[in-house]
Design a protein around this ligand. Structure first.
Ligand code: UDP
Length: 391
């Protein structure tokens, strides 16, 4: 593993406002695993949750919960209007920043690494007040199609003043930051826990083809597009549509709409609702094709790499992160976002050709090695060395 370019391990405090096992937090756990004890990592979370035990299990990582009042932690992006936050929220925020500043002054880390947009703001200010350099890890596209406009304005403005440096989860995300912000790309490490064995022809038996989506159920993730395309591709027959994931951030009404849609489309008996699963590799082994069809450009799309690493042919929307991950026709297929017909055609092509599934899946498995923990550890060690030597 890469070594931090100094004698003693770097002492880094990581910040996140949530402790749920969701995309950005899974990515943080993978990054800390990739660092493999090369930094002395202390994580401060704004709530207790599944993430705490997952992080504590990693070598060299300690975790602390500095509880944030729920009203502050759950403030929606749409409510973030600069100068117009309710007084109560503002005073909670000020108190939290001040407490965190005090904690950082006690800990005296070499660097603060923020893992979520909220922590970039409150944690960035706290780190500045504690005179600790701060690295923003931006995992969200700072764009009007992804965030409410006032939040975009606030983050773009803050990105010029608060962080000493920024890393983004993709070139696509990088492109949404203002010119002049010192930023570079750090792809999420994804590979080894997902891909234990080489890709094999799928399906392994004579059972009907299974096409799946993986990820939390949310309208912008486009599971309705998936169901519509599935119904169009396979109006009758025995193919199955698997949905792995659950509604996480207040999207329960969307989940109900998806069930209604499956009924309306007449495919309900062939849709398998898997709910949230801890063992994602086991789910992927059951599938023959993975679909990723967000209707808003995906900042990165860890799920796409997970599918590829598992040797699956992945069909993804031609926008955002997946464009950087998939080479069309070589290690996956791309279709226009929300193009139900295009996606249905791709599914039929894949259903009809085991050879195509196998060749895309095998190439995908190789391509996924780009997202290895070793590469991520080397990259982040260089970024850390650069930021700490400048400050
Ligand atoms: N995931 C999971 N179990 C599920 C559904 C999703 O562990 O049932 C994981 C998935 O494997 C991926 C993450 O949740 O690692 C979603 O990450 P991504 O960055 O693709 O999406 P986000 O939710 O952050 O937008």
């Amino acid at each position: 593993m890469a070594r931090a370019l100094r004698d003693a391990p770097l002492r880094v405090v990581y910040l996140d406002h949530v402790a749920r096992w969701s995309g950005g937090e899974i990515a943080l756990a993978r990054l800390l695993e990739a660092l493999d004890g090369d930094v002395e990592a202390h994580v401060i979370l704004g709530e207790d949750g599944d993430l705490v035990a997952a992080l504590e299990a990693i070598d060299g990582v300690t975790v602390e919960v500095l509880p944030m009042e729920a009203a502050l932690r759950d403030t929606r992006r749409g409510q973030v209007v600069p100068g117009r936050l309710p007084f109560r929220t503002l005073s909670m925020l000020t108190r939290y920043v001040w407490t965190l500043r005090g904690r950082l002054r006690e800990l005296r880390p070499d660097l603060v690494h923020t893992n979520s947009l909220k922590s970039a703001l409150y944690g960035g200010v706290a780190a500045r007040l504690a005179r600790v350099p701060v690295l923003w890890h931006v995992r969200d596209r700072i764009a009007d199609d992804y965030l409410p406009r006032p939040a975009v304005r606030l983050v773009r403005l803050a990105s010029r003043w608060i962080p000493n440096a920024v890393v983004t989860n993709s070139v696509s995300t990088l492109g949404t930051l203002p010119a002049g912000v010192r930023a570079s790309v750090l792809y999420n490490p994804v590979v080894p826990d997902i891909a234990p064995e080489p890709a094999a022809p799928r399906p392994a038996t004579d059972r009907p083809v299974r096409v799946g989506v993986l990820g939390r159920l949310a309208e912008w993730k486009g599971q309705h597009v998936f169901l519509e395309a599935f119904a169009r591709a396979f109006p009758d027959g025995e193919e199955q549509a698997w949905l792995v994931g659950s509604a996480m951030f207040g999207e329960e009404s969307y989940e109900r709409r998806l069930h209604d849609l499956a009924n309306t489309l007449g495919i309900a008996d062939r849709v398998v609702w898997r709910g949230f699963r801890d063992d994602v590799p086991a789910e992927l082994r059951e599938l023959d094709v993975l679909v990723h069809c967000s209707i808003t450009p995906e900042p990165f799309g860890q799920v796409v790499v997970e599918g590829m690493a598992a040797g699956l042919p992945v069909v993804a929307a031609r926008a955002g992160g997946p464009l950087e991950i998939i080479s069309e026709g070589y290690d996956g297929l791309l279709v226009e976002p929300e193009d139900v017909e295009g996606l249905a055609d791709a599914l039929v092509r894949l259903r009809d050709s085991a050879e195509l599934r196998l060749s895309l899946g095998q190439a995908a498995r190789l391509s996924s090695q780009r997202f290895s923990p070793v590469a991520a550890a080397q990259r982040i060690s260089l970024v850390y060395a650069e930021v700490t030597s400048r400050t």
